[in-house]
Write a protein that binds this ligand. Structure first.
Ligand SMILES: C[S@@+](CC[C@H](N)C(=O)[O-])C[C@H]1O[C@@H](n2cnc3c(N)ncnc32)[C@H](O)[C@@H]1O
Length: 280
């Protein structure tokens, strides 16, 4: 097994027993996925579903006729359906072993020296090609706390100090959103949920009253306290900044942020939503 997949498996095994702790985060994720769903929404696909401790799969089945779960880690998906007693439910479809960035073919072996210009160009070229969606286009497609992992993957691959890392991060972000939008049926809802910073760099985050959270986070963002590639102001304006994204959707709207008690740290989580356009 390649080192990247192995790392995800280990992380997911370490996070199995978190159902209680994720309750508030799960509530926020579920509200976003299930509120205001029209009668035309029958299928949902979740990217980065993993152990699904942030998803109430039974509730999803009340709203959607089909639930597709996609992850690199098949073992975590099997745990997810077993934990929620859905292993015999054919309308919950598992897509395990799917690498949504195609990073695993580069991740092994890790280069002994800093990647050179040709290596970086090869990666950039790879991110310009969009693999087919993991299943048929769905009415709602949501990427749940996956983009941060993909950005971390590219940073570990080339090295955090690599001079062309910003260019690669931009390419990964663009690739992810384009694929997300392409996996959503025309006129459907594409949702990006992502951690933007944590209590590691903003220690008072867990104590901020919910009513002040948005302003407190805006101050942190102004001080450039956010994960690389996950500046909320940039994420919200990607449809205008990146023509390859803009042509696939009718603008991107931000939802109010919330917190995710992860245990070792608390994350501030942001969510963005777009209606996909008919593709020409
Ligand atoms: C932070 S976890 C999401 C939390 C998860 N929904 C839960 O409640 O357990 C991110 C997930 O993304 C998956 N992942 C990471 N890189 C991936 C890739 N390249 N393709 C597909 N899934 C990936 C990991 O296996 C992990 O399950």
């Amino acid at each position: 097994m390649d080192p990247y997949t192995e790392q995800q498996l280990v992380r997911n095994r370490d996070c199995r027993n978190t159902w209680q702790r994720y309750a508030e985060h799960r509530h926020q994720v579920m509200k976003l996925l299930c509120d205001n769903v029209g009668n035309d929404c029958r299928s949902i696909c979740i990217w980065g579903a993993g152990n699904a401790n942030d998803l109430d799969l039974n509730r999803l089945l009340e709203v959607f006729a089909e639930v597709h779960l996609v992850d690199l880690d098949q073992e975590a998906l099997l745990f997810a359906v077993e934990q929620q007693s859905l292993q015999e439910t054919p309308t919950v479809v598992l897509h395990g072993g799917v690498d949504l960035l195609g990073i695993t073919k580069f991740a092994s072996p890790l280069p002994a020296t800093q990647p050179n210009t040709a290596d970086v160009d090869r990666l950039l070229k790879h991110f310009q090609v969009l693999a087919p969606p993991p299943c048929q286009p769905c009415d709602v497609v949501a990427s749940v706390c996956l983009l941060s992992q993909l950005i971390e993957a590219i940073a570990s691959l080339v090295g955090a100090g690599h001079p062309r890392l910003p260019e690669l991060v931009t390419a990964v972000r663009c690739h992810h959103l384009q694929r997300l939008f392409q996996a959503t049926r025309p006129g459907g809802r594409a949702i990006l949920i992502t951690e933007i910073l944590s209590s590691d760099t903003f220690p008072t985050l867990p104590a901020i009253p919910q009513t002040s959270l948005r302003n407190a986070l805006a101050q942190q963002i102004n001080m450039r306290n956010f994960y690389t590639g996950l500046n909320p102001a940039i994420l919200e304006s990607l449809a205008e900044r990146e023509p390859s994204i803009g042509r696939l959707c009718n603008g991107i709207a931000a939802h109010p942020p919330w917190r995710w008690d992860f245990g070792p740290r608390t994350y501030a989580v942001a969510a963005y939503e777009a209606r996909t356009r008919s593709q020409k």
